[in-house]
Design a protein around this ligand. Structure first.
Ligand SMILES: CSC[C@H](NC(=O)[C@H](Cc1ccccc1)OC(=O)N1CCC(N)CC1)C(=O)N[C@@H](CC1CCCCC1)[C@@H](O)Cn1ccccc1=O
Length: 331
């Protein structure tokens, strides 16, 4: 079997996150979920949430689904890198993504969400696509949608074709040759403790020479930006007039009028260049002439992250075979 579903940017201006329609239960309830290869819980806004914590999101009501079953005595609780979090109880039910159905998928129903989730009306929950070792359900941890689907897939892979300010796709079980050009460069994945961790072969700032130093980081569809070592980040912002690492804004900012260099990263012999226009994010406050950079330091994060900003200039194959690998191709 295979599946294919749209990845739609939640913000018309900046690609800060992407959501994908997912149907749950019988009759089907459709929610817009954020596919996150940096975590491994499938959780949703639910009928178990106080209404004060729901502001425009769609909810999943297990008691309205004839195929929902309570996973008695199980609970979950998760906190993300940006400090947001949620917790609740667990049901199993049918989950369908782009025509691919998994029966008895653990659906983690939120009983509490942090304020940043309540204020993000476009995200009704997450689908974790990390390795199942990271799942937070207790006392028995649960499998991700991908791990549950894997055995039935034509090939044990999913691919991400994220785009700038337009809908892309997540495909399951097949590699669509129409979505990329040239060859796919595969590199090893270290899935301990459970991320899609791979080694980039280096970077270049603008037209500068390529610095061939390996950078270990995770491919994370749930993170907007790129978080890399300080040496890389200072080399980049040294080329940006007026750039500063702002404590108050929590990262590198610069005048929105600044000329930005492109940023190139390597995967094996392959090179991927992020154009200058992608390297600037929202103004730090609406209407401000100070902009937030797409490349930030991983110092405060503790892990290097290749987020949507890097993923959207490539076609990426998350190969869940044995051993797992990750493939990057131009498009
Ligand atoms: C440096 S990990 C920061 C990262 N969260 C982001 O990237 C959010 C995404 C977002 C944007 C807009 C609305 C809602 C959410 O966006 C920003 O933080 N932005 C974008 C806008 C910018 N102006 C400021 C910075 C993050 O926790 N991801 C986790 C998944 C996220 C959680 C929040 C909801 C969406 C999915 C996750 O994969 C990160 N992970 C990765 C490895 C280990 C643990 C861990 O937890």
């Amino acid at each position: 079997s295979t599946g294919s579903a749209a990845a739609v940017p939640i913000n018309a201006e900046f690609d800060i996150a992407y959501v994908t329609p997912v149907t749950l239960g019988t009759p089907p309830q459709t929610l817009q979920l954020d596919f996150d290869s940096g975590s491994s819980d499938l959780w949703v806004f639910s009928s178990h949430l106080p209404t004060s914590q729901i502001r425009g999101q769609e909810i999943y009501a297990p008691n309205k689904s004839s195929t929902a079953k309570l996973l008695d005595g199980h609970s979950w609780s998760i906190t993300y890198g940006d400090g947001s979090g949620s917790r609740g109880n667990v049901y199993t039910d049918n989950v369908t993504v782009g025509g691919l159905m998994v029966e008895r998928q653990a659906i983690e129903c939120a009983q509490q969400v942090s304020s940043s989730f309540t204020s993000e009306a476009h995200i009704d929950g997450l689908v974790g696509l990390g390795f199942s070792t990271l799942n937070t359900v207790s006392p028995k941890s649960q499998l991700t949608f991908f791990d549950n689907a894997k055995g039935a897939l034509d090939s044990p892979v999913f691919t991400a074709d994220l785009k700038h300010k337009q809908a892309g796709t997540y495909d399951f079980g097949f590699i669509d040759k129409a979505k990329y050009t040239g060859e796919i460069t595969y590199v090893p994945v270290n899935n301990d403790p459970g991320y899609w961790t791979f080694s980039s072969s280096g970077y270049a700032v603008g037209s500068g020479n390529f610095s061939a130093s390996p950078i270990s980081g995770i491919a994370d569809t749930g993170t907007s930006l790129i978080y890399l070592p300080t040496a890389v980040v200072t080399a980049y912002y040294r080329q940006v007039q007026g750039a500063t690492n702002s404590r108050s804004y929590g990262g590198y900012v610069f005048p929105c009028s600044a000329t930005l260099p492109s940023f190139t990263f390597g995967v094996g012999e392959a090179r991927f260049t992020i154009p200058p226009a992608y390297m600037s994010y929202a103004a730090v406050t609406p209407g401000s002439s100070t902009c937030f950079g797409g490349l930030q330091s991983s110092n405060g994060v503790g892990i290097n992250i290749w987020g949507d900003l890097a993923l959207k200039v490539a076609f990426v194959v998350f190969n869940g075979g044995t051993p797992p690998t990750i493939g990057w191709a131009a498009k």
